[in-house]
Design a protein around this ligand. Sequence first.
Ligand code: SER
Length: 595
Amino acid sequence: MKKMTSEELRKAWIDFYEKRGHVDIGTTSLIGDGTTGVLFNVAGMQPLMPYLLGKEHPQGKRLCNIQGCVRTNDIESVGDSSHTTFFEMMGSWSLGDYFKEERTKWSYEFLTQVLNLPIDRLATTVFEGNDSVPKDDETAVLREKSGFLHENIFFLSKEYNWWELERGPCGPDSEMFYITDKPACSPNCTPACDCGHYIEIGNDVFMQYDKVDENKYELLKKKNVDTGWGLERILAFLNTNGDVYLTDLFKGAIEILEQESGRKYNDDEKTKMAMRIIADHIRTSVMLLGDENHLVPSNVGAGYILRRLIRRAVRYARILNIPTDVFNKIVYYYIDDVYGKFYNNLANSKDFVITQLNKEIKRFEKTLDIGIKEFEKVIAKFNNDSEKILDGATSFRLYDTYGFPIELTEELAKERGLSVDINGFNQKFKEHQEKSKTATIGKFKGGLASSGEIETKYHTATHLLNAALKVVIGPDVHQKGSNITEERMRFDFSCDHKLTDEEKKKTEDLVNKWIKEDLEVTSQLMSKEDALKSGAECMFIEKYPDEVTVYSIGEVSKELCGGPHVKRTGELGIFKIKKEEASSAGVRRIKACLN
Ligand code: SER
């Protein structure tokens, strides 16, 4: 096994695949769009969905990259040695080109010749088959032929060896594992077990199906391979005995926390956990704030997750007894020393990241002290209760008045042996949402929403522009991204040609016609399924929360969205397209203003 820095590993991955005919396609945004239901990029394959489904990719059939991903369904498990909310996936793809033979050969070569892992330390899992898809004997044979030991090949069920998102390209996969020094927990231990004997290195997915509905799969026209290996995990077992926070990606951040707190990472479990949580949450916040689409903290969707990350980091800074301006040093470390050169926009966004981060910290710190006092007060009465459940009304008050994310309340409650009535909280939350719908535009109850009046207007204008382009250019136009500042809106959409002057004029006129008509903007909370059935427009189909908000503008637009929006289009003023240009292959970009 060979020690490697993160930069060496990145380079080794890209070099390896370029030598085998792949084109490095670089990274894409971590956030789809703050104004639709899509949250984050969760896998390297996500931006490639249309191509895995059969569309021709402009850069060819063999692609590779190192793509940042964010998975936050499990924020509370951050604090151990391997969980992180941001991670990088080293990817490579065959779009209807090579299949299992080359895939298994190259994976083995990378494991043994680049990472120098000994054969007896490698294990692999293969799909055991079910009623609709046969056992993947072919991959098992090829794995063995490439060099895996027979006894280290395991057949596992769909639960472990099938890869899919909510909808879209999917198929059986075959994962590779490193066998650690930690003894197996039992003679029956397999790579499916998380005792630590096996650590996942990466995943080769053989994508031959399209999941079109729940339990409904159609064969894809072409067979693809989607390979994703975890950069952090690999670095950790190559260099730091499995602890990702000791790799060079995090090292500087941990050192800053040690210096500032006067404690050592290894002092005790509580210190270690607090340092890991801060290092992780600030890293993800940096990547999201500094993303090309600049996410900012808010009370909805992706913005809310960012808010939770920052607020949780603030709380753990208190546990370490350090002031939160230490976070600025950590931001500089991540941008200057680790990620700035790999994520295009990041190095230029330092000021923005610092400003937004500190704005959110200030906002939270103001209420945190009073909130904690209030929390202590309300839980005091539970001391003698046998039923230790914090009711929904109280946790909603902590949220609404003191800005406590419900997850923070849950965490504080847990530390004191209490649980929280989440259903009760959700009920209160819904009631509140109904009420704020009737509140004045731009003034959001609870004072937590960060969108100003002008951004709100641009949000609504985005929906109108999306709808107008569908009328003028055609129904195939779909939103690919958007970005809003106080000065302008930017809107990316799928379209295969430069818009003519006439098309631009028609689009602009149509948006202005709808503004003049003073259409009503309404929202409705629906299950995700109903929303999609109702034909509401959305950017990606995967990764929605179960309940989504659908915004309708008169009869002209219906979109999944986190809001906020104006009440009537008449408030928008005059819409003007300032610029129309190429964004990337097959994607055009419009910059527009409201006057
Ligand atoms: N999509 C697969 C995964 O996320 C491999 O890239 O594991």
